[in-house]
Design a protein around this ligand. Structure first.
Ligand code: SF4
Ligand code: SF4
Length: 304
């Protein structure tokens, strides 16, 4: 049995969502698996349910009819009233989820074996073949579930799927190096060049991230860089120019995409009882997006 023999055991991942027919996470039509758990705390995160590395109760206040059956059913006093959960007391017994007549409550974060995930992907194979698509592993930070990836990535390659890995790069380089043995593409986020900005708004220094990107490029796997543009955080000409200059010095970056802030994730904070900390209007102006594109073009970056 070789070290990369994918059949030697079965490992599970904590998954928040499997998005089939995705067209935004790499080439073609893709199946994107979102793994739960992240070591950054980007205050604009649009997938806050992917941050904590444990399952959580999620509450939909739009469909809730305020019947209060959930709080009556909670054996631990964690459900204070209609969907108002004290996460510190919740033991995820699921009683409230079962009793809610309107499906306003759910558990986000489910353990899935690599074989279970693979079954979904096999069903989607015709779409990959038609479109040049494949599988994207996203998060959260997927490289935090390395035991699972050790088991899953070889299986994906055995199936001959195109594999993309979406990372923020704040991991030991050895994790990226391992993933590069199997991934065809990295989607690599660069959120700021200034370490001050990065630390203030993501909770972590970016030195290791930038160095990881530089080292990753030397391994030859295709890299697409994605830069979120958040007003009041990194929407200055100086910051974008610093990122663009850095990227222009790295060979082998096949694509750079500027992603303006969107607010699809804002409601999700409330649904899992997390405070939303971003203040003001984080949408960058159209003028600034054009400026940012011009700056990137002036450094000859391959803009999408
Ligand atoms: S999952 Fe169980 S402990 Fe948690 S809020 Fe619901 S009923 Fe209470
Ligand atoms: S049981 Fe469901 S509908 Fe009733 S209050 Fe709780 S979450 Fe709302």
């Amino acid at each position: 049995m070789g070290i990369f023999d994918p059949d030697w055991h079965e490992v599970s991942a904590l998954v928040t969502n499997i998005q089939r027919f995705s067209v935004n996470d790499g080439p073609g039509i893709r199946t994107t698996v979102f793994l739960k758990g992240c070591n950054l705390r980007c205050c604009w995160c649009h997938n806050p349910e992917c941050i904590d590395m444990h399952p959580q109760i999620q509450f939909d206040d739009v469909v809730c009819q305020k019947c209060d059956l959930c709080s009556a059913s909670c054996p631990n006093g964690a459900m204070r009233s209609c969907g108002n959960i004290d996460q510190t007391k919740c033991v995820l017994c699921g009683c409230c989820v079962k009793i809610c007549p309107y499906d306003a409550l759910s558990i986000v974060g489910e353990w899935k074996t690599s074989s279970e995930l693979l079954e979904t992907m096999k069903k989607d194979r015709p779409y990959y073949q038609e479109s040049g698509g494949g599988v994207t592993i996203s998060g959260g930070e997927p490289l935090l579930q390395l035991d699972f990836l050790h088991n899953f990535l070889p299986k994906l390659k055995q199936e001959n799927f195109h594999v993309a890995l979406d990372t923020a790069g704040c991991v030991p380089f050895s994790s990226l190096e391992y993933a590069a043995c199997f991934a065809d593409l990295f989607l690599f986020d660069v959120k700021a060049f200034s370490s001050e900005i990065h630390k203030k708004y993501t909770g972590a220094d970016n030195a290791v991230i930038l160095e990881n990107l530089r080292r990753l490029s030397s391994l030859g796997t295709e890299i697409w860089v994605r830069i979120p543009i958040i007003a009041g955080i990194n929407d200055t000409g100086d910051e974008i120019a610093a990122i663009a200059r850095f990227l222009s010095e790295i060979p082998g970056i096949a694509q750079v995409e500027l992603l303006p802030f969107h607010d699809y994730g804002v409601k999700k904070y409330q649904s899992i009882g997390k405070p939303y900390l971003l203040r003001g209007d984080p949408h960058p102006s159209e003028d600034f997006m054009l400026t940012a594109k011009r700056i990137c073009s002036s450094f000859c970056l391959p803009l999408r």
